[in-house]
Design a protein around this ligand. Structure first.
Ligand code: FMN
Length: 210
């Protein structure tokens, strides 16, 4: 009986130890802080398609971001159709053939103009007001949620400019944003095929004011 009680006491102490360690870890870092540390811009992706439920979840995490006066002035379009992505890539390469833009794009591991991702989330908003702030928050929500799901992302500010090249207007039209909404950036999404080091951050930018 004594041995049995001793065993129970030992088990309870072991469990308490594990619980305390977990709580300590949690107090040091939440899931969000871990995702912030782990997020990188990913420019090499596996061909594995991203599950639609995950893309939907990412978009929903995006629109849960705060927005000025809760106006939610943003629209998202998700494209995971390989044929669409490949056709868009072919037309862009045709438009910029022989220029530095093509040279910059065509790396040895090149798959498509969306940094080789199998899925892209296009983000549009009206110009002016707080729209830059709003969509910035939306984008970061998506990227952090993606990190937590084991997905890589890359914010692509270049995409609206690519869509201005000759023959690219049709892709912008296909996104079918509402009147007054302009494509502002895209997010490449997919399963990462690289593990880049974190880029250094300049912490001297942060100052307390006494
Ligand atoms: C508004 C914005 C536009 C960006 N546009 C591009 C882009 O067009 N192509 C690209 O490869 N990366 C782009 N990036 C990714 C940055 O290059 C990247 O965030 C930066 O180098 C820091 O690296 P990290 O994201 O891995 O921390 C963009 C990032 C932001 C925030």
């Amino acid at each position: 009986m004594k041995r049995f009680l001793l065993l129970i006491v030992l088990c309870i102490s072991a469990l308490a130890g594990v619980w305390m360690t977990i709580e300590l870890q949690k107090s040091k870092k939440s899931g969000v802080i871990e995702a912030i540390d782990a997020r990188r811009s990913i420019r090499a992706y596996k061909d594995t398609p991203v599950e639609r439920e995950k893309l939907q979840l990412l978009a929903e995490c995006g629109v849960k971001a705060p927005s000025a006066m809760n106006r939610q002035e943003w629209e998202l379009r998700i494209v995971d159709n390989k044929e669409w992505i490949d056709a868009c890539t072919a037309d862009y390469l045709k438009a910029v053939e022989g220029t530095d833009k093509a040279k910059y794009m065509l790396t040895p591991t090149f798959k498509n103009i969306f940094r080789n991702a199998p899925a892209v989330i296009f983000v549009a908003a009206p110009e002016g007001g707080f729209s830059d702030v709003n969509i910035g928050m939306l984008g970061e929500n998506i990227m952090l949620a993606a990190t937590e799901l084991g997905l890589g992302t890359c914010c692509l500010g270049s995409v609206p400019y690519m869509f201005m090249e000759q023959g690219m207007e049709k892709y912008a039209k296909m996104l079918n944003f509402s009147d007054g909404y302009h494509l502002r950036f895209a997010l490449a999404v997919g399963y990462p095929d690289e593990e880049p080091e974190a880029k250094e951050r300049d912490l001297s930018k942060i100052k307390f004011v006494e």
